[in-house]
Structure formats: C-alpha cells, structure tokens
Design a protein around this ligand. Structure first.
Ligand code: ATP
Ligand code: MG
Length: 493
C-alpha cells in the first residue's frame, strides 16, 4: 500500500431535511482496494458523488495527495485523477470500442480534432494494460455487459486514473465475469491505483477488498483491514442487528398450486415443465442466456409462451398478455425494475398502490387515508428507508426503490409471485427482510418463484431448484441434496 491519495474529513451532506452524510472521515491509499459498504440509503453513492465533485458537501474538507481542495467540481476531480464508473457505465452504444475508450480524453484535454488512428492505438494499449481482449472496431452496442464495463475501465486508464471508484460493479456480472473483473482490479492496484468499490455481496467483498469502510445512516461506523472483520462483525456493524436466519423449511403439503407442462417460446426457452405444491418456493437459475429470465417474462405474459400448458390450482389458464396474468393474480417483480416496475416521479404511495387501485375505491372515490396507511405499513414491513409515503420514488436510493416494487406486487394479494433477481443491489439487512417475507408468503400458500443467480440465496430460500442450460431444463434438484459448491458445479458443467 502506498501513500494516502484521498482524505475526507468530517464530511456532511444534506438534501433539504435529509442528512445523507453526517461527519464522515475516510482515507484511501494508492495501491489499495477499498470497499465501501452500507445498507441501502446509508450514503454510499452520495459519498462517491462528493469525491467525484458532483455534490458539494454541506460541510467538511477534502484533501487529495495532501493538498486541501477548496472546491471540487467534476472536471477538477477528473484532472486530479478521480474516475468513477457508475452502474450504467456511461458508454455510447453506437460508437466503437476504440472510440468509446478514447473519446473522453479528447474532451478533457480539449482536443478539437479527434485523431482516430491515434485513438485506436490508445485504446489497444489500454486494453493490453488490463489484459482485456476486445475488437477495437466493434460497436459497443454489440458487447456484453461485462465487456462494456471493460470499455469503461479502459477509458479511466487512459485518463490517468489514480483513484478508480466503481459503484456496484458486479451487479449484472456472472460469477466468472466477477473473477475476471477482480483480476483486472488487482492489476490496477499493483500499478499503484487506488480502487474503491461499492458492493452489497458479502462474499465478493471478502474476496477482493483489502480495507473496508462501513457506513450506516450516513455515519462512518468503522474502517479497517478486511482481515479484522468476520462475517458476523460485518453484518452487525452494517445493519446494527444480528441476523441469524434459518433457511426456509417448507410445509409438507400435497396440494398443487401451480403447474406448467411443456412450456416453450421460440428462441427463448423450450419444453419447461414443473409443479409447485402449497408452501413451495421454486428457484429458477442458470447462466445469463440460459432462458431463466424468459420463463418469468412468459408466465407474466410480457413475452408469452407459444406452446404448452399452465395450471393454477389445478385449472388450466391462458396467459397471453400481462392483463391475463394480473387477472389470474400472478405478480411479477421484473429484473430491470427501474424501467419496468416503477413510476420514478410519482410518490412511494402512488407506486405501492399502482397495481391494486381497485381495492381502494369507496363510493367511487379513492380512499386516500387507507392508501396512505397501508403504504406506511409496507414501508415498515419491507424495511424501506423513507420518511413517509409521500416522497417521489426517484429520491430513494436504488435498493430502497427496489423494495417498493416488491411491496407494490405483494399489495395485490397474489396467488403466485415471480421474482426475477429481487435482491440484486439490495443490502444484507434488506435481503434478510425480503427473504423472510417470501417465507411467510409461501407458508400462507402463495406460490413463490425465485429467479436468481445468487446461489446462497437460492439455497436458503427454495426447496426445489430448476437449472436452465441452453434454454432448456437441465435438471430439477431438491435443495436439501446440494450445497453451494455443488450447485455452482452443476451450473458451469
Ligand atoms: N438528490 C437527492 N435528494 C434528496 N435525497 C437524496 C438525494 N440523493 C440521495 N438522497 C438520500 O440520501 C440518502 C443516501 O442515499 P444514497 O443514494 O447515497 O444511498 P446508498 O448508500 O448509495 O444506497 P443504495 O445501496 O440503495 O444505492 C438516502 O436517504 C437518499 O434518499
Ligand atoms: Mg447507491
């Protein structure tokens, strides 16, 4: 580890009445991998925006390489070597790999003419530095998520990054891609670059980070070498509570609640059959293009199946549209919830009641008091950090917004709920709460289908797991018969 690159002293940041950061101190050294951890809404993204000059702290001091920075703005931060990769990577899909990598440099160095030949060379050089192999002339829109991220990383390198910050970089990566990313981050660290990562997945944090800072409610709870934390201390400091959950133990019941037979959709998945009994939580997993997500889309009528049969409580039903699915009381928490699941500019209340307005009509009028009360109850039950049902969903942190989509669907009293990656980007505490809610639903006889690539989540919550491979069912296993290692092997074999 090298010298201190960045030092923050007593940083405060308020948005109106919300104190997002309360006196945070933080030091980041050159050549270290530092993980910033905290529950949803604890202030991680806000802190990153302070470091990148996007937010001015309400109070506090920032030092870069020992020099006090009186006022940091985004351009100044970049010229000091601070580079942030947000979750959308900010790449341009209709430009090539090389153009994307070289573009920013042209902007920040004020070059008027883009020297494309030189750009291409710069890009190739940057890729070599991190060991990424991509065709520099390929359009970025044709790249996988992981490769787009590589493009974003290369771009920071040719901009002379000294501190590289990644906000939830592994959210949409496969286990294999995470390993590759980690190798690249270690390479950058070895070159003396400071790397700061935001991540919610405990195992991933322990695998990559050397030091760790934990935020809770905008305050720094602790900071230190990862070796000084075990899982228990980590979870306790992060959440302020001890979470010891047992896995889900389903009721023994023979009553069938849901069944599909030979379900197919051309190009998406083929010949999928399964049966769920009362109390079952069914997991569906597989690699990214295995067809796992498309099954959820089909059962909710977004991209309906073109052959096969679906039975709810023994009766055959037709699902040709989302209207059909809603009528049958099927609920769906989609994977891309920020675009598919929420009205960002509307209030938490509007979103929570959006799929169940019917039940709030009294004498032809919406009963606002009941909607408000029930929304407040959901906020509480699902552990959403929000002061009331009134703020717009846009003002919530990513993970808290996600909980609102789940609340919205649970509020419809579904017969079957399908959740596609429901805890991506959700902190450990909230994850625990969401899992508990799923267990309760299943115990009440509501069918729960959990589509996920989080193996420990599947093992803890499902009693059966369907593995998809190449768009077909590869196997159907009883969770009691496998552990995480075995499941990982089955997925990748
Ligand atoms: N522009 C804003 N206006 C009002 N409140 C905000 C704004 N940005 C953040 N907040 C609030 O500040 C707090 C911290 O939010 P932040 O996005 O930093 O959390 P986070 O730790 O990144 O959470 P997540 O893990 O969900 O991404 C939250 O209560 C959030 O609602
Ligand atoms: Mg965030």
């Amino acid at each position: 580890m090298g010298d201190i690159f960045l030092e923050l002293k007593d940083i405060h940041k308020s948005f109106g009445g919300v104190h997002a950061l309360r006196g945070v101190d933080l030091t980041i050294r050159s050549g270290e991998i530092h993980c910033l951890a905290g529950e949803n809404g604890s202030g991680k993204s806000t802190l990153i925006k302070v470091i990148s000059g996007a937010h001015h702290p309400t109070k506090g001091e920032i030092y870069i390489e020992g020099n006090k920075i009186p006022s940091l703005n985004p351009i100044a931060a970049i010229s000091q070597g601070v580079q942030v990769i947000y979750q959308d990577f900010a790449v341009f899909p209709n430009l090539t790999v090389a153009e994307n990598i070289a573009l920013n440099r042209a902007v920040t160095t004020g070059t008027k003419w883009m020297d494309w030949k030189n750009a291409r060379n710069l890009a190739i050089e940057a890729m070599e530095q991190i060991g990424a192999k991509m065709d520099p002339d390929l359009l970025v829109e044709n790249l996988s998520v992981a490769n787009r991220q590589m493009v974003a990383i290369c771009r920071t390198i040719i901009n002379d990054a000294k501190l590289l910050i990644l906000d939830e970089p592994t959210a949409s990566l496969t286990a294999k891609e995470v390993k590759k990313l980690n190798a690249i981050l270690r390479r950058l660290r070895d070159k003396g670059i400071a790397v700061m990562i935001v991540n919610h997945k405990v195992d991933e944090i322990f695998a990559i980070a050397e030091r760790l800072t934990i935020l809770r409610n905008g305050e720094k709870i602790s900071t230190g070498p990862v070796a000084e934390y075990d899982r228990k201390r980590f979870v306790h400091e992060l959440t302020g509570r001890d979470l010891s959950g047992s896995g889900y133990a389903p009721l023994a019941s023979e009553a069938e609640i849901f069944r599909v037979e030979h379900l197919s959709r051309k190009g998406a998945f083929e010949d999928v059959s399964f049966k769920m009994r009362k109390g079952d939580v069914l997991g569906i997993t597989g690699l990214l293009d295995s067809g796992r997500g498309q099954i959820g889309d089909a059962l909710f009528g977004i991209a309906p199946a073109d052959s096969g049969k679906i039975f709810l409580r023994g009766e055959e039903i037709a699902i040709r549209s989302t209207e059909d699915a809603v009528k049958q009381k099927i609920a769906y928490v989609p994977e891309d919830r920020l675009t598919q699941g929420l009205f960002l500019d509307r209030s938490i209340q509007d979103n929570t009641v959006a799929a169940s307005l019917k039940k709030y009509f009294r004498k032809g009028k919406l009963n606002d008091a009941v909607m408000y009360r029930e929304t407040a109850q959901w906020i509480d039950r699902i552990g959403c950090v929000a002061p009331s049902p009134e703020p717009a969903v846009r003002t919530l942190s990513g993970g808290n917004a996600q909980k609102i989509v789940i609340a919205k669907w649970l509020n419809t009293d579904p017969a079957l709920i399908i959740l596609n990656g429901p805890t991506n980007g959700v902190d450990v505490g909230a994850k625990f709460d969401i899992h508990k809610i799923l267990h309760n639903l299943a115990a009440q006889g509501i069918g729960v289908i959990l589509i996920s690539d989080d193996l420990s989540e599947l093992i803890q919550n499902c009693n059966t797991i369907l593995i998809m491979k190449d768009r077909r069912m590869a196997s159907m296993i009883q969770t009691a018969e496998v552990n995480e290692t075995r499941l990982a092997e089955m997925l990748s074999s």
